[in-house]
Design a protein around this ligand. Structure first.
Ligand code: ADP
Ligand code: MG
Length: 508
């Protein structure tokens, strides 16, 4: 018994010892899992912190970007090729002023969609009476096809829309006038002709090189048997400025933040050094900056930006655009998240989706950023459905939001610096002597028209732009108003067609 008991004790001891050992193993496993988890998080947090630091835009740096913008604007106005900013002449020297009358059409081509607009103008004292917009996506395969195919497609859609429109109004117009908004860099030789300089935003139609874009469109319209005259060729920024000015005479510049980004503003002709002897009725001309190509070493550039550029169709081009516009913001965030996934495993086993370029669009990035639910349910849904990573914990969802925030905040603050750069160039930032005869500090009311899907659809982005303008300008920012126009790039082109044809005296 005793021995048995002893034996029994021994067994019990053995069992107890075995349990203790197992507990030790479990504890050790837990500890090592915690250590691993901690390390994973540490690496993930390190990568986010590094990214945030690389994207830093303290106000001092923003002011350097402002000054670099001014320097580059001067250089681009001094000579062709003098700067990465092309500072293109638009030949638009008068902006619509409200007395235009009649029915005009516009075609807006320049990114994800093309739009056909019909605008009915009532003449002096009345506003835009009616406006119709038809929006269609541009089939992907046409973006890299031939001029004939792309313009043929557009002309046939245009014809269809015009015919439907006239049928519903029961009236045709003898010679229809069209404002053509074409949002790629064009070297214009008049207000209604110009040669494409390069494609951007994923377009690449080789036989468009050196051809007059208006002639290409006009040819396609004639082939379709559509009696329509292309009266003006403008960039989307110029269209937006025109509509902004139509509604508010204090509008001096326009900025687009959509698939791409660009800006234009009203410049004095005597400041356009590269075009000696340029005379306009107004003494001014709208300059298309092509600011997407702006570059300065003061821009906060990270390894992700460098890699995005290396993998792009247009390497070393459009450096500013690649940090700012809708085509790229989601992609920058995806690159950061992918690196975190690979180096930290906080996303678990990641399938191939996160490694795919452009798998995360900017609108989805914005939706995640703006998710206000306590458990970040939208983030979970998008990560699951779009990136095919199931069930990420709340902590990881917060990390995703943080990455979106860093990408969007940097972009918005750089847009703000760009806008202040323009205002500084034209003496509306409160730093130079007042040109309006007012004492320094008392500034003119200044309006900048802003348009584009990214700006319109992403309220946190807009807030960051506003915040940064106030940080850079202080009290002067009280005189600066950013106004959003809707379909301004197209409507403005129709207004310009009207203004051009009625040939009234200029009102810039
Ligand atoms: P485009 O620049 O092609 O003329 P838009 O001005 O409509 O067209 O801009 C479309 C772009 O804006 C999309 O490519 C997308 O990147 C971005 N975008 C659209 N909606 C949103 C949104 N809600 N949040 C963030 N970005 C958006
Ligand atoms: Mg557009």
């Amino acid at each position: 018994m005793g021995g048995g008991g002893g034996g029994g004790r021994g067994v019990w001891f053995g069992v107890a010892a075995g349990c203790a050992a197992a507990a030790c193993v479990i504890a050790a496993a837990l500890v090592s899992r915690r250590v691993r988890s901690h390390r994973r998080w540490q690496r993930a947090a390190e990568l986010v912190a590094e990214f945030e630091e690389g994207c830093g835009t303290p106000v001092g740096r923003l002011k350097q970007v402002v000054d670099a913008m001014v320097v580059e604007m001067h250089a681009g106005l001094a000579s062709d090729g003098g700067s990465k900013l092309k500072m293109l002449l638009t030949y638009v020297d008068s902006l619509p002023h409200g007395s235009e009358k009649g029915i005009y059409y516009a075609l807006d081509l320049g990114g994800t969609n093309f739009r056909v607009l019909q605008v009915q103008l009532g003449g002096k004292g009345s506003n835009i009476l009616k406006q119709k917009v038809e929006k269609q996506p541009i089939p992907q395969e046409l973006m890299t096809s031939t001029c004939e195919k792309m313009f043929g497609f557009i002309a046939s859609k245009l014809k269809q829309i015009v015919e439907e429109d006239e049928e519903s109004r029961e009236g045709t117009i003898e010679t229809r006038a069209l404002g053509f908004t074409f949002s790629f860099p064009v070297k214009q030789s008049s207000v209604s002709s110009g040669v494409l300089m390069k494609w951007t935003k994923g377009f690449s139609i080789e036989d468009a090189a050196d051809r007059d874009i208006v002639a290409c469109l006009q040819e396609a319209l004639t082939k379709e048997g559509l009696n329509m005259q292309v009266a003006v060729l403008v960039n989307d920024t110029v269209g937006t400025l025109a509509l902004g000015h139509y509604h508010d005479r204090d509008t001096v510049a326009a900025v687009i933040i959509g698939t791409g980004t660009n800006a234009c503003y009203v410049e004095r002709t005597d400041a356009i050094i590269k075009y000696q002897g340029l005379l306009t009725n107004s003494g001014s001309m709208v300059i298309n900056m092509e600011w997407g190509n702006f570059w300065t070493s003061h821009l906060p550039r990270t390894s992700y930006d460098v890699e995005l550029d290396e993998d792009s169709l247009n390497r070393t081009d459009q450096g500013f655009e690649k940090m700012i516009s809708g085509m790229y913001l989601g992609e920058i965030a995806r690159r950061v998240l992918f690196r975190i996934a690979v180096e930290s495993e906080v996303f678990g086993d990641v399938g191939s989706k996160l490694s795919q370029p452009f798998a995360l669009s900017t609108p989805l990035m914005a939706t995640m950023h703006e998710d206000e639910s306590a458990d970040l349910r939208e983030v979970k849904r998008i990560v699951e459905q779009t990136l095919q990573i199931p069930d990420i914990p709340l902590k990881t969802r917060r990390l995703v939001v943080k990455v979106c925030d860093i990408v969007s905040r940097r972009a918005a603050r750089l847009v703000a610096a760009g806008i202040v750069g323009i205002l500084k160039k034209i003496g509306r930032d409160g730093s130079g002597p007042s040109t309006s005869g007012r004492p320094k500090g008392q500034l003119m009311r200044t309006v900048v028209a802003v348009e584009g899907g990214l700006y319109e659809g992403y309220s946190m982005f807009r807030d960051y732009v506003d915040e940064a303008i106030v940080e850079i300008l202080g009290d002067v920012a009280q005189n600066i108003f950013l106004k959003t126009t809707v379909d301004g790039s197209g409507t403005g082109a129709a207004l310009l067609a009207a203004a051009h044809l009625s040939n009234r005296k200029s009102y810039i």
